[in-house]
Design a protein. Structure first.
Lengths: 266, 162
C-alpha cells in the first residue's frame, strides 16, 4: 500500500496538475472562432472545456487543502484583498508566473493546426497513462478526479491521434507541417517524465509512463509516416515555476479582469 | 409518501438545461438524498468534468425544492464513482431518440485506448438505419458527437458512450 503523501508535496503536485490543464485549456480556447472548419473548431473548444473542468476539480481540491492548513510555507496563498481564503478562482487568477507549475509544453504558442493537435496528442497521451496510475492512488480525491477525467482523455486521444495520422499521411504540405511540429515540440516532451521535488513523494511511476507514452506515440507516428525525433534537449523548469516568456502573456490576458476588478462576476 | 420519496419525486422533474427532454433522474446523476431534520442534502455527480450545465442543475434543484417549501437545501457534487452513460434510464434513452438525438450505445470496446480507430455503429434516430457515418467526434456539447445518416441524409447528434 502506498503511503499518503504529505500536504507539503500534495498541494504543489495538485497545482501542477491544475495549472497544466488550465493553461492548455486556455491555449486551445484561442482557436475558438479560428478553427479550419466549424466542426473542428467546436471539437477543440469542447476539449478546452473538458480540460477546464479537470483543472477546476484540481483547483477546488487544492483550495480545500490550503484552507485546512494554517501555516503554509511553500504555497503562496494569493493576497487576501477580495479573497478571504483560497478558492479555485484565487488560485487561477491571483497567482504569479513563478507560482504556476504547468509543463512548458502547454504554454508554447499554438503555431499552426498541426502543431496544436500534436501538442494535444502528446499531452492527452501523457494524461491517459498518468491518470491510469492516479485512479488507483492512495489519495482518494485525486483518484476520483483521475477516474472521471480519464474517460474524457480517451476521446481527446482518439480525436488528436486521428488528426496526426491524417496530416502526417496526407499531402506533401501537411506532412511537412507535421514534421515541423515534431521538431518544434521535441525538446518539451521529456519534462513530463522528469520528476520535480514534490512529485517524488507521489509514488507515480514516471518511467512506466514514459515507456507507455513512447510506445503509443511510435504506433501513431508509424501510421502517420512520421519519425520520432532523434536528438532532443530536455527543456525543464515549468514544474518549478521557471517558465518560457510565453506564460506571462497568457496570464496577463487571463488574469487581467480579476486583477483590475477584484471579485468581478458576470 | 415518505419525506425522501416526496423529495425524490420533486427531483425527478428537474430537467437538464442543455437536453431539456431529459430529467436529472433519466440522466442518472442523482446519487443520494439525505434528510436530517429540516436539512436536505442532495448528492449529484457530474456527467463531464467541465459540463457547464452542472451549476445550473444545482440551482434548479434548489428552486424546485424551494417551490415545495424546502428551504434548507445543499447540493453536493461527488466525483466517485464516475458517471457513465450506462446509468441513463431506458426511458431517458427513448426520450432522447424521440427528440432526434441518438441515445448512447452501451459501454463497449471503443471506449478503450487501444481500439481508438474502431468505429461505433450508431443508429439514425430519424429512420433507424445503421448506415450512418461520423462527421465529428464532438458536437454541440462535449457529451455529443456529430453523425450523418447515409440513407435519409439527416445529420444528427449522438450522445456518446462514456
Amino acid at each position: 500500500m502506498k503511503q499518503s503523501p504529505n500536504s507539503q508535496c500534495l498541494i504543489p503536485y495538485i497545482l501542477f496538475l491544475a495549472d497544466s490543464t488550465l493553461i492548455l485549456s486556455h491555449r486551445n480556447s484561442e482557436w475558438c472562432g479560428h478553427g479550419p472548419i466549424l466542426e473542428q473548431d467546436i471539437a477543440l473548444t469542447n476539449i478546452a472545456l473538458d480540460l477546464l473542468g479537470q483543472s477546476r476539480n484540481f483547483y477546488q481540491y487544492a483550495a480545500e487543502l490550503i484552507n485546512e492548513q494554517q501555516n503554509l510555507q511553500d504555497v503562496k496563498v494569493p493576497p487576501s484583498e477580495g479573497f478571504r481564503e483560497a478558492s479555485e478562482d484565487s488560485l487561477a487568477y491571483l497567482r504569479n508566473e513563478r507560482d504556476f507549475k504547468n509543463l512548458l509544453l502547454v504554454e508554447l504558442p499554438n503555431g499552426d493546426w498541426g502543431q496544436t493537435i500534436l501538442k494535444q496528442f502528446y499531452f492527452s497521451t501523457y494524461q491517459l497513462y498518468l491518470f491510469q496510475q492516479l485512479q488507483n492512488h492512495s489519495n482518494q480525491q485525486l483518484a476520483a478526479i483521475a477516474a472521471k477525467a480519464i474517460k474524457e482523455v480517451m476521446y481527446h486521444i482518439r480525436w488528436s491521434s486521428e488528426w496526426v495520422i491524417r496530416l502526417g499521411d496526407g499531402t506533401e504540405e501537411s506532412n511537412e507541417r507535421m514534421t515541423n511540429a515534431v521538431e518544434a515540440l521535441k525538446d518539451y516532451t521529456n519534462e513530463m517524465f522528469i520528476a520535480a521535488d514534490y512529485e517524488v513523494e507521489m509514488a507515480i511511476d514516471l518511467k512506466l509512463i514514459q515507456q507507455q507514452w513512447t510506445e503509443k506515440v511510435k504506433t501513431v507516428f508509424e501510421e502517420a509516416t512520421l519519425s520520432l525525433p532523434e536528438k532532443v534537449f530536455n527543456q525543464t523548469g515549468g514544474k518549478r515555476g521557471i517558465h518560457t516568456e510565453h506564460l506571462g502573456y497568457i496570464l496577463a490576458e487571463m488574469q487581467h479582469l480579476q486583477r483590475a476588478y477584484p471579485n468581478a462576476e458576470w | 409518501m415518505s419525506e425522501i420519496n416526496k423529495i425524490r419525486s420533486i427531483l425527478s422533474k428537474v430537467t437538464d438545461p442543455e437536453v431539456p427532454v431529459l430529467t436529472i433522474a433519466d440522466l442518472g446523476i442523482i446519487r443520494d438524498v439525505i434528510v436530517n431534520d429540516e436539512k436536505i442534502e442532495v448528492i449529484i455527480t457530474p456527467t463531464y468534468s467541465g459540463c457547464p450545465a452542472m451549476d445550473m442543475i444545482s440551482i434548479n434543484i434548489k428552486l424546485a425544492l424551494a417551490e415545495h417549501g424546502y428551504k434548507n437545501v445543499t447540493v453536493k457534487n461527488i466525483l466517485s464513482p464516475a458517471w457513465t452513460t450506462d446509468w441513463m434510464s431506458e426511458e431517458g434513452k427513448q426520450k432522447l431518440k424521440a427528440y432526434g438525438i441518438a441515445p448512447p450505445n452501451t459501454k463497449q470496446a471503443v471506449c478503450t485506448p487501444d481500439s481508438f480507430q474502431e468505429e461505433e455503429t450508431v443508429q439514425c434516430p430519424q429512420c433507424s438505419s445503421f448506415n450512418t457515418q461520423l462527421v465529428s467526434r464532438f458536437g454541440s456539447t462535449a457529451c455529443k458527437a456529430l453523425y450523418q445518416c447515409n440513407d435519409c441524409k439527416e445529420p444528427f447528434d449522438y450522445f456518446k458512450c462514456h
